[in-house]
Structure formats: structure tokens, C-alpha cells
Design a protein around this ligand. Structure first.
Ligand SMILES: [Zn+2]
Ligand SMILES: [Zn+2]
Length: 213
């Protein structure tokens, strides 16, 4: 095979006549420079690989940590997380509604906020309706919190809740809520699914409102 009579130096790009097989640089100076550049390149690549490996490892550690943490999370904690997301969605859905009980549109600030998600039939007495959207509305903290279940104030609050539901949605709606209902058995996976569902629903609601604005 005929050797090329001349070629371009891999370092300085100048033409030269190779004297050895596989010679890619013209002079020793270019060979040294070229070699140094190659070493730098290799070093940079090794550093990049090490960084990537470290990132992968951190990712794995985080995933393992999350898994351990999830295993330690009790069922009641999962229930609470699902409930928090559901409640957050209801408050967002009802962002422009007055309090379902007292009708206030600008209630006083209590316990660091104004609004709660209030269940018409409480999650304590009707756990099967804890994730029922028809059973939950935005309610001011004053109406939702504080008074005990059998106090006069609480009685009045739920009475007005009921009256307002009847006025807006009708007698059948309320009677359906009042049941009877099948009891629900939730597993941890159900709570996780409910949490994810309501997180997504709330996000979609906020996004669609921002788009419309
Ligand atoms: Zn050269
Ligand atoms: Zn209220």
C-alpha cells in the first residue's frame, strides 16, 4: 500500500511528510502538545464519569432511603397524607365560594389561615365519606374548628351546612349523603393512589385557572 506522501498534522494542521507508519503530528513539539491535550481530554472524561457515577450512587441511596422510610410509614400516616391532598383539592376547587356554613367570604385569620376543608358528615362519624367530594366544601376555620361535637355551636354549624347544601343541591343530594353507605376498606396502596390523584387534580385546577386568567 502506498503511503500518503503528505498529511495534515493532528496538532498544528500544517502539512508534513510522515517518515514513520502512523505518524500523525509533524514535529516533537506538536507530538508533545498533542499528547498533553489527549491526556487532558482523558482526564476530563474520567472526571465526568466519576461525577456521573457519584450522581447515580446518590440517586440509588435516595431511592433506598425513600423505600426504607415508606416501609416505616404507618397506614394512618398514609391516610393522613391522602386526606391532606383531598382537603387541599377541595379548598382549591371552592376557592371562590363563601364558607359553606356561615356564608362568610372574608373570615378572620385563625390558626395561620382562614380556610379549611370541612366535611358535612365528619370523617370520624362517616369514614366512608372521607374522600367523597360531595361531602366536603370550603369552610372557614371558625366554623370548622374549635367547638366540640356536641356543643350548641357545632350543632348550629352543621345545621347551617345542611341547610345550605339543601338550598344549593337539593334534598336528594343531602339524603344520599346521609346514607346508608357501604363501609370502605382502604389499603396503603389506596391511600397512595388517592394522594397522587388529588395532588394531580389540584395541580390541573390551578393550571387551568392560570391559563384562563
Ligand atoms: Zn504540527
Ligand atoms: Zn364559616
Amino acid at each position: 500500500m502506498k503511503k500518503p506522501t503528505r498529511r495534515k498534522c493532528a496538532w498544528c494542521r500544517g502539512w508534513f511528510h510522515p517518515v514513520r507508519e502512523g505518524q500523525i503530528v509533524c514535529t516533537y513539539t506538536c507530538a508533545a502538545e498533542y499528547g498533553r491535550a489527549q491526556t487532558e481530554k482523558a482526564k476530563a472524561k474520567a472526571a465526568q464519569l466519576a461525577k456521573q457515577r457519584q450522581r447515580d450512587q446518590q440517586k440509588e441511596e435516595r431511592a433506598a432511603w425513600r423505600e426504607r422510610k415508606d416501609k416505616l410509614t404507618t397506614k394512618s400516616e398514609w391516610m393522613k397524607r391522602a386526606q391532606d391532598e383531598f382537603n387541599g383539592y377541595i379548598r382549591e376547587r371552592d376557592f371562590d365560594r363563601p364558607c359553606i356554613s356561615c356564608g362568610d367570604i372574608n373570615p378572620p385569620d385563625l390558626h395561620g389561615g382562614k380556610w379549611d376543608c370541612g366535611h358535612f358528615l365528619s370523617v370520624g362519624s362517616h369514614p366512608e365519606l372521607r374522600f367523597e367530594e360531595k361531602n366536603a366544601f370550603r369552610q372557614c376555620k371558625r366554623c370548622n374548628g374549635g367547638a366540640g361535637h356536641y356543643t350548641r355551636k357545632n350543632h348550629t354549624v352543621s345545621q347551617r351546612y345542611r341547610e345550605n347544601l339543601v338550598a344549593e343541591f337539593g334534598q336528594d343530594y343531602v339524603e344520599w349523603l346521609e346514607g346508608p353507605h357501604e363501609p370502605k376498606r382502604y389499603r396503603i396502596e389506596d391511600y397512595q393512589r388517592i394522594r397522587d390523584e388529588y395532588k394531580a387534580k389540584r395541580k390541573a385546577l390551578i393550571e387551568s385557572r392560570e391559563e384562563a386568567a
